[in-house]
Design a protein around this ligand. Structure first.
Ligand SMILES: Nc1ncnc2c1ncn2[C@@H]1O[C@H](COP(=O)(O)OP(=O)(O)OP(=O)(O)O)[C@@H](O)[C@H]1O
Ligand SMILES: [Mg+2]
Length: 443
C-alpha cells in the first residue's frame, strides 16, 4: 500500500508503562524421549522437520517481553505451539531450555512449593472450557481460589460479590453453573481468575466456545476490565479479528516459532512474511487501521493570511479543486473550493475566510477507518486528520480510504490520486491572476 514515509504506524491504544511483567528468553519445549537433544540440534540450525524423528519441537526459541498492563495476544494456526508456550509461562510445564521471568522471579530455577506460590500470587489462567464446580453456586465458584488461599468465608464472599459485579453477573450469585448460559459460565471462569488478584492473566482460547455476539461482548468487557484493573493479559486465540481487537501487540506463531511480534497495524500493514500476510488477509481492516496509518500529506494547504490569490496559485499549481485552510497559528479551519476562490479573486476580495466551507470533516489520528466511511461518502472533500491542537497532520481523500479498505494500491503509477482534480482549467486561473494583479508580480 502506498503510504507516506513520515507517518508513524501503530498508534498505541493504551499508554503502557515500561515495567516488564513477563519475560521469555530463548524458550524451547520439545516432546520426545530426548528433548535436550532436540533443542541442541535446533540450536545447531536443524529445522523442525529434520528433528521430527526425535520428537516434536512444540516451541522453538521464543523470546519476548510483555509490559505491565499490556494485552499481548498470541496467534497462530492449530498446533503452532500457543498452548505449550502459555503453559510454560505459569510453570504448568517446564521449559526444555530457556527462561521465564514473572515480575522479578525467574521461574525456571524455582522449586515445587515456590513455583506454586508464584502461580498463586502472580499468574492465573482462564481456559476455553472452564471447569466450574457443578454443585457449587456461582459465588462459591468465584470464591474457590480464595478458599484455598485460606481467606475467611466472610472476606471471600465480600470479594467474590465485587467480582461478580465486575463480570456482569449481578443477580446470579446463588445459581448453579448448570442454570447459566455458556457465556455466563465463561464469566464465572473469568471471575474466578480475577478473584485470585494476580497481576498476570493467561487466557487460552477463553472466548472461542462462545457464539459471536456474546464473544464480542466478552472481548469488550475484557478491555474494560483491563482498563479498570490494570492487569497484564496474555491472550491466545486463532481468531484474527479477536487478536486485532484485543491486542496491544500480537505475536504470530508458526510451527513452534514466533515469526512476528507487532502492533495490530504493523502486522496488518507490514507482515513479516507470506504466512502472516495470508493470515491477515481476511481481517476486518476497517476496525484495525486508523486514520494515521492511511493519511496522505496534505498538498494543497493554504493559510488565511495568505489570502485568495495565494490560495488560487497553490490550487493551480497542484491542479486541485480544494485546498485545506490553516489559521495563522497553524490550526485547521476548513476547506476552500477552486470556483469560490476564483470568484473571490475576480471580485478583488482579500479575505479568504468568507468562502471557507465549514462542513469539512476533521478527525483525530486514532479514529478507525470504519468511522470515516460515512463522512467520506457524504462529502466529496478529503477528510482532515488533526491533532488535539487542531494542527493538520494529513488528509484522507475518499479514494485513499476506499483503497485502504480494499487493500489496493493507491499509486496509479504516475501521480498518487489525492484531491479531486481542479474544476477550472489552469489557464483560466493564470489569466485571472494576471488580470487582477495590481502589483504586476508573483505568479
Ligand atoms: N504432551 C504432548 N506430547 C507430545 N506432543 C505434544 C504435547 N502437547 C503438545 N504437543 C505437540 O506440540 C505442538 C504444539 O501444540 P499446542 O497445543 O501448543 O498447539 P496450539 O497452538 O495450542 O494449537 P491449538 O490451536 O490447536 O490449541 C503440536 O504439534 C502438538 O501435537
Ligand atoms: Mg491450544
Amino acid at each position: 500500500m502506498h503510504r507516506p514515509k513520515n507517518v508513524e504506524l501503530g498508534v498505541p491504544r493504551r499508554t503502557l508503562t515500561e515495567t516488564i511483567a513477563v519475560r521469555a528468553e530463548h524458550l524451547y519445549k520439545a516432546f520426545g524421549r530426548r528433548p535436550n537433544e532436540i533443542v541442541k540440534q535446533l540450536e545447531a540450525g536443524k529445522s523442525r522437520a529434520e528433528i521430527s524423528h526425535l520428537g516434536v519441537a512444540a516451541v522453538i526459541d521464543a523470546s519476548f517481553e510483555v509490559k505491565k498492563g499490556e494485552i499481548f495476544v498470541v496467534m497462530g494456526l492449530s498446533g503452532s505451539g500457543k498452548s505449550t508456550l502459555i503453559r510454560m509461562l505459569n510453570g504448568l510445564w517446564d521449559a526444555t531450555s530457556g527462561s521465564v521471568t514473572i515480575g522479578d522471579t525467574n521461574i525456571a530455577g524455582v522449586s515445587g512449593a515456590e513455583l506454586r506460590d508464584v502461580r498463586r500470587k502472580s499468574v492465573s489462567m482462564v481456559f476455553q472450557h472452564f471447569a466450574l464446580l457443578p454443585h457449587r453456586t456461582v459465588i462459591d465458584n468465584v470464591a474457590y481460589g480464595l478458599e484455598i488461599q485460606g481467606m475467611s468465608r466472610e472476606q471471600r464472599l465480600t470479594k467474590a460479590r465485587t467480582i461478580i459485579h465486575l463480570v456482569g453477573l449481578d443477580g446470579w450469585a446463588d445459581r448453579l453453573p448448570s442454570e447459566l448460559s455458556g457465556g455466563m459460565q465463561q464469566r464465572v471462569g473469568l471471575g474466578r481468575a480475577l478473584a485470585a488478584d494476580t497481576d498476570v492473566l493467561l487466557m487460552d482460547e477463553a472466548f472461542s466456545a462462545l457464539d459471536p455476539l456474546i464473544r464480542r461482548e466478552m472481548q469488550e468487557q475484557l478491555v474494560e476490565l483491563q482498563a479498570d484493573l490494570g492487569k497484564t493479559i496474555i491472550f491466545i486465540t486463532h481468531d484474527l479479528n479477536e487478536a486485532m481487537f484485543l491486542g496491544d501487540r500480537i505475536a504470530v506463531m508458526r510451527d513452534g516459532r514466533i515469526v512476528q511480534i507487532g502492533t495490530p497495524e504493523e502486522i496488518l500493514t507490514d507482515p513479516a512474511n507470506d504466512y502472516v500476510a495470508q493470515f491477515v488477509q481476511d481481517v476486518d481492516r476497517a476496525r484495525v487501521l486508523t486514520a494515521a496509518s492511511v493519511m496522505e500529506p496534505g498538498r494543497a494547504v493554504v493559510t488565511t493570511n495568505g489570502g485568495p490569490r495565494a490560495a488560487l496559485r497553490t490550487m493551480r499549481d497542484f491542479q486541485t479543486s480544494a485546498a485545506f485552510v490553516l489559521n495563522r497559528d497553524g490550526s485547521f479551519v476548513g476547506i476552500v473550493r477552486d470556483q469560490d476562490v476564483l470568484k473571490l479573486v475576480k471580485a478583488g476580495e482579500t479575505d479568504l475566510r468568507k468562502i471557507i466551507l465549514d462542513n469539512a470533516v476533521s478527525v483525530s489520528p486514532d479514529t478507525p477507518l470504519v468511522d470515516l466511511v460515512e463522512p467520506s461518502v457524504e462529502s466529496a472533500m478529503a477528510i482532515a486528520v488533526v491533532d488535539e491542537k487542531k494542527r493538520l497532520l494529513g488528509v484522507i481523500p475518499r479514494v485513499t480510504l476506499l483503497a485502504a479498505l480494499g487493500n489496493v494500491n493507491t499509486n496509479t503509477g504516475t501521480l498518487p490520486v489525492i484531491e479531486p482534480p481542479s474544476t477550472i482549467s489552469t489557464s483560466v486561473m493564470t489569466e485571472t491572476l494576471l488580470e487582477t494583479d495590481s502589483e504586476g508580480n508573483d505568479l
